[in-house]
Design a protein around this ligand. Structure first.
Ligand SMILES: [Fe+2]
Length: 338
């Protein structure tokens, strides 16, 4: 295999085919529609957790993984995860509406929620992103194909999710639904400590200053149900935590020549330390959003149509809903008003 197609990531946990079969047949029975009645869906998934559907082996793994130091092990990878046996080919001109209309089982959504529950995470939605849906599609959309967003067709630069939003997620979890075996589209990630450790003290000092600017993300702007205003100037490091790196490759700019130079150094280190992972069907990537940073790399595909039908689902999650309560839409306990 040519070197550029090689993956660099191990799988932390794999479901056996028997475990996968059992999970799929139980989770596909869930009829509550998460896009219409999230609380009912949440209750149904809770029942599946209580009735022994989830193998103890996986619950034990999650209990252990929760204790991993986030800055050292910010990424968790799974394989053999349950996904829906029948997945519609979505309309490229409005894939989200088509998904809501034609995906009638919710196995992938249920698994994302099972994982969040076992890991002590709370999924949230944003009123400006897919109208507040908790479960979001990473799926190309013609009118956003050339953006740097979850609806893009091609590469997306390194970024943390919703970095300059007033509610920043603590974790981003992604499950693969469809990707051709011959497509080498990677979700690549870098541990922030690998970048921070390699910077000089002088570079770290410059990067800690509010001398950088990043426009709001393309998807929040395009879906603007709530006014966003103008993004603030910000530091690149030391924001959300001591390990935080707040940058969007090719979008963030340094406002002075020295700030821009330090930013170039960060981007170079992000690429030098990245690990590549293909989120193939049934694979899963869970990433700590303040301790790690990710990008999408389209390295090879046989047929351009395969890029248009690639489909992942994701949730963004916080540790504690109550910390963000003042930002939620009234009467919707996990929908951010922005
Ligand atoms: Fe992202």
């Amino acid at each position: 295999m040519p070197v550029e197609l090689r993956e660099h990531t191990d799988i932390d946990f794999s479901f056996t085919p028997t475990e996968n079969d059992h999970l799929v047949s139980r989770l596909r029975e869930i009829t509550a529609n998460p896009y219409v009645d999230y609380p009912a869906f949440d209750r149904d998934v809770g029942r599946a957790l209580d009735d022994g559907t989830v193998p103890a082996r996986f619950a034990d793994f999650c209990a252990e993984a929760r204790a991993w130091p986030r800055h050292e092990r910010p990424v968790i990878t799974l394989a053999g995860c349950p996904i829906d046996p029948h997945l519609p080919l979505l309309d490229y001109s409005d894939p989200v509406a088509d998904k809501r209309a034609r995906k009638h089982t919710y196995v992938s959504e249920a698994f994302l929620l099972v994982y969040a529950r076992l890991m002590g995470q709370e999924p949230i939605g944003y009123i400006n992103v897919n109208d507040g849906d908790v479960f979001q599609d990473i799926h190309p959309w013609d009118r956003m194909a050339d953006t740097q967003s979850q609806k893009a067709l091609q590469d997306i630069g390194f970024h943390k999710d919703l970095a300059n939003h007033f509610v920043r997620p603590d974790w981003v979890n992604i499950i693969g639904l469809r990707q051709a075996a011959t497509s080498y589209v990677f979700t690549s990630f870098t541990r922030n400590i690998d970048v921070l450790d390699a910077l000089t003290p002088a570079q770290r000092e410059i990067l800690s200053r509010p001398a950088f600017h990043t426009p709001f993300d393309d998807l929040s702007v395009a879906g603007a149900n709530a006014e966003l205003g103008t993004a603030d100037v910000h530091p690149v490091i030391g924001g959300a935590s001591e390990y935080d790196i707040r940058v969007f490759e090719n979008r963030t700019i340094g406002l002075t020549p020295e700030a821009q130079q330090a930013l170039y150094a960060v981007v170079r280190l992000l690429h030098r330390n990245k690990r590549r992972f293909r989120i193939l069907p049934g694979r899963f990537l869970g990433e700590a959003n303040n301790e790690s940073i990710h990008c999408k790399e389209v390295v090879h595909y046989d047929d351009p149509a395969d890029l248009r039908t690639r489909w992942l689902q994701k949730t963004v999650n916080v540790a504690d809903l109550s910390q963000h309560a003042r930002h939620f839409v009234p009467d919707r306990e996990r929908t951010v008003n922005g």
